[in-house]
Design a protein around this ligand. Structure first.
Ligand code: AMP
Length: 226
């Protein structure tokens, strides 16, 4: 299956993409994670991207398109993929269409997680992430066992710099201005599956499975929020 996971910041794209990736045995390709890896490595691409990310702005299209093109060329993407956080602009969507057409491939479904704005702000402001393993928590909904440390490796949890309240508001504005048109881009192909994402994680999992026509996924990995 070739899937896109769409939805605004805080809608649960990462959580549901990781779960589907495990269930379906296809790679989870998160452009946010790929960028954060480059930032952590201190590469020129990472240093350039960090300035955009810290402000809550989008990284330029040509950088993102190049990054996805390289990632889709990796052998594991041959058996399908779930892309989380790309395309975020119509230019990126057009570039992805062309890339896939050149490979004789197409998208099977675009999952759009719909969550009200107040809930997205609540989720993002309570989110904490482990810088070692990237597992994420929510301080109210899914807190770590030991105060602010990761359950898996005991690393002190961090708040992502772009989850500060001011930046969150800017990210949501950028999303509504620049990404709404991307969903319309796919609407014409009838591949868009709109999912009400305001429910507990298991219920949203169930709704996604139903929309994709995959029956109650047997594999349930440990639940992570974010
Ligand atoms: P995410 O983890 O998906 O929320 O992404 C974190 C940040 O990375 C975003 O706020 C953007 O600054 C940047 N980013 C991730 N994916 C894209 C994309 N497809 N286009 C532009 N910027 C992106």
């Amino acid at each position: 299956m070739r899937l896109l996971m769409a939805g605004s910041p805080g809608s649960g794209k990462g959580t549901h993409s990781r779960r589907l990736s495990n269930c379906l045995g296809i790679p989870h390709i998160s452009t946010g994670d790929l960028l954060r890896e480059q930032v952590a490595l201190g590469t020129p691409l990472g240093l350039n991207a960090k300035a955009f990310m810290d402000r809550g702005d989008y990284v330029p299209d040509e950088v993102m398109v190049g990054m996805i093109k390289d990632r889709l060329a990796d052998p594991d993407a041959d058996r399908g993929f779930i892309i989380d956080g790309f395309p975020r602009t119509v230019t990126q969507a057009d570039a992805l269409d062309k890339m896939l057409a050149d490979l004789g491939q197409s998208i099977d479904a675009v999952i759009v997680l719909e969550v009200p704005v107040e809930e997205m702000v609540r989720r993002l402001s309570g989110r904490r992430t482990c810088p070692t393993c990237q597992r994420s928590y929510h301080m109210d909904d899914d807190p770590p066992a030991d105060d602010e440390r990761c359950n898996d490796d005991n690393t002190p949890l961090e708040r992502r710099s772009d989850d500060e309240p001011e930046t969150v508001r800017h990210r949501l504005k950028v999303y509504s201005e620049r990404t709404a048109g991307v969903i319309e881009h796919y609407d014409t192909d009838s591949v868009v599956k709109r999912i009400n994402g305001e429910a507990d994680i298991d219920e949203v999992h169930r709704r996604i499975d139903e929309a994709l026509g995959i029956s109650g996924s047997a594999v349930r990995p440990p639940v992570q929020s974010g």
